[in-house]
Design a protein around this ligand. Sequence first.
Ligand code: PLP
Length: 396
Amino acid sequence: MQTYLDHNATTPLHPEVLAKMLPHLTTHFGNASSTHETGRTARRAVEEARGEVALLIGCEPEEIVFTGSGTEADNLALRGVAGALAGRGAHLVTSAIEHHAVLNCARDLGEKGCRISFAGVDRDCAVDTEEVLSFVGEGTILVSVMHANNETGALQPIERIGAACRERGVLFHTDAVQTAGKVPIDVKRLAVDLLSLSAHKIRGPKGVGALFVKKGTPLRPILFGGVQEEGLRAGTYNTAGIVGFGAAARLARLSLGEQATYLGALRERLERGLARIAPEAVFLVPPARRLSHTLTVCFPCEDNRSIVTHLDLAGIAVSSGAACNSASEASSHVLAAMGVEPSLAAGSVRFSLGAGNTEADLDCVLAALKGVLARRRGAGLVASTLRLLKKAGERA
Ligand code: PLP
């Protein structure tokens, strides 16, 4: 088993969540839309889970629409509003640091005739609220700004943007995939109309998400078929997945404060250790403005892919950015939006901690990283010496 410090990519399934799911993959196999007892058993389990997810974010159970992922929840929010309000306007406002689930969906809507405005961020990855609001005008139908960024952990001024959107009568969506179950969320206080969630970021199963839809919010489905989820999400219920989401939401809600404190202390220890072994390292986003378990560090003159690979070989899982992009060679759109110099961004590594991590894990990471950096410095020194010798030889 690797020492796993990549919890923003995904989290391990909680054993209690698995135990809750198993009967719904075996004995209780019913279709939750069937009216007989086998179906009704499945339906009761779905509704119980809906109640738990609702409790996590302070909404009514009937305001939760289960989806197949956080990505689908984001798409349902953007496309759903664009479809429902097509007669009223076609302008959407979002930010430059959104997850690709929002970013690429917005770009696609742009290709289909919508106008999209992208607000920037400052060096600390904070979305510029004034810029967001300056874009809002005639024909604006939706503002979508994420609650916290997956690459840097930077928390966004959602409450302020939400209140301002409500004042202006514009719908507001936030992608809370990285925050739900990690920081307290009350949809009323945040003044959001739509909010996306995903089970696998909180020790639930992969392939299940949810969209909070405030009562009365106009939304057109993006999938057509049966009338599940009040017609907003066609498709046979993934009962086991939804049950797992409910169980994970409950566990996250009950341990939220305690986890944030525990992980915050661990992250501080990691931060101190990194500063000791790599004094030249640049830490992105001040701790008070980011999720307590996330830390992104830039190692100047380094290649993050090489660091990640070396740590991987040493049995340690960290990330060079968003997992969904690691297959593409593209550099981080988030760090670019923050104005991080490309040479610095090239050495960025994300550490994201989770419940299973211990101080011993951090000591192991720091020891391995110290070795990797020393070897790379040594290799760099040899390469530059060889270059100098070659140059001297050419001159001679
Ligand atoms: N939004 C954010 C901020 C994320 O970090 C992710 C996943 O990394 C998603 C959306 C997509 O969620 P899912 O993996 O459930 O599709």
